[in-house]
Design a protein around this ligand. Sequence first.
Ligand code: EPZ
Length: 439
Amino acid sequence: MDKLVIQGGRPLTGRITVGGSKNTALPLMAASLLADGPSTIHNIPVLQDVFTFSNVIRVTGARVTYSPDDDPSTPESMVIDASDVHFPEAPYELVKKMRASFYMLGALLGRCGKAKVSLPGGCAWGPRPVDLHIKGIEALGAEVREEAGYVIAEAPAGGLPGGRFTMEPSSVGATVNILLAAVTANGESVIENAAAEPDVVVFGNMLQAMGAKIDGLGTSTLTIQGVETLNPVEFSNCPDRIELGTYMIAAALATPAGETFRIDSTNADHLGDDFRQRFAETGVPVTYGDGFVEVEGVDAIQPVDIVTAPYPGFPTDLQAQWTVMMSQAEGPSTVRDTVYTDRFKHVPELRRLGAQLRVDGDTVHVNGKPNQTLSGAIVMSTDLRASVSLVLAGMVAEGRTDVLRVYHLDRGYEKLEHKLQRAGIEIERESYDENHPEG
Ligand code: EPZ
């Protein structure tokens, strides 16, 4: 098992590069299954979730070629040759590792007219239902049944007729899954209250490049005219907006006052208006350039309350990181998650570092400085974004912080310790024995 060992108090200086978006790469990979031939996708991040999903896709008979080098600053490309997709199934032993494998339901139904996909496992912070995915696929005219932990979907003999579906709440995953099946249906489909996240828009742009007919991307109403076939395509993934937001928060926490920290390979529009507005209210100066963001270090961070919401609202994937930033602010604040009302597994771990946090329902109440100087400790990662919030806290805590079970972190941040080392942070990866984590 690996841990990250951080000596706090080092300044974050120079620059850092954002990798390809994890939450966009996975739908792009699924989309390539819809075409009878090889698609090439550029800027695929080197992450555990990408390797896991590659293995899920290989089960169908598609061939995935992806051999990244060790340098995190060079974008990687992947070729998925879906010429021979003959086994429309996604097995439990792989799907349980990563929820997004459930996209195979829409992809295999769209390509083969049938699919047998394991229901995804649970998640660190409570139930992650897929009822909207299933209801949406049924609304397109598929017959869906559950059997022994698997979802089995079949299109009628003449193919999916298409249909209308209104989802509540808006779901990124369900929007992706329904689009994957709708683009090759026989008729028109309409999805109301669809997700407008950049992940969905860029994914929809790839489908359009393959020949799909989709109107309304980026709005809450998607109208799809089904087409007979889709063509293989060469397409580029977008930068990771959550990685960008994470590094902006890191700079606010650890870049010395007056110094500028540069974040390269970015698309700041993908952060959404609310995050950018809230970040401006903290008083941390930000320059949004063409493909880069510059953050200036400050002596004082102003407290700013946030409430997460679907895009363009404040991303739920940045609320744990924001909580760390607010722990260093000049006064109290609140962090409320309305998307996942119980996504607070990081709070007890942050409290081990001295953060004064109180969870009340879907809200964390944060005391600011001077009441909560953080001091190093051994802490446990519980999920992807919780783990990176512990790294951020370790960067500003006095002394040594060991962040255990960084396999959670490796799912969504490519070689984070290497990137932070190059920006001045004293952080090392070490293996350890779960029974003796202090070793
Ligand atoms: C995607 O998950 C992301 N994952 C998550 O990022 C992100 O937190 C989430 O969207 C919200 O932005 C990927 O893209 C791989 P949802 P997803 O379906 O699609 C409810 C990370 O850290 N819901 O948009 O699973 C659900 O309970 C991960 O990178 C249903 O009720 O999220 C939630 O309250 C974590 N029924 C809301 O919708 C369903 O069938 C939004 O979830 C599906 C969802």
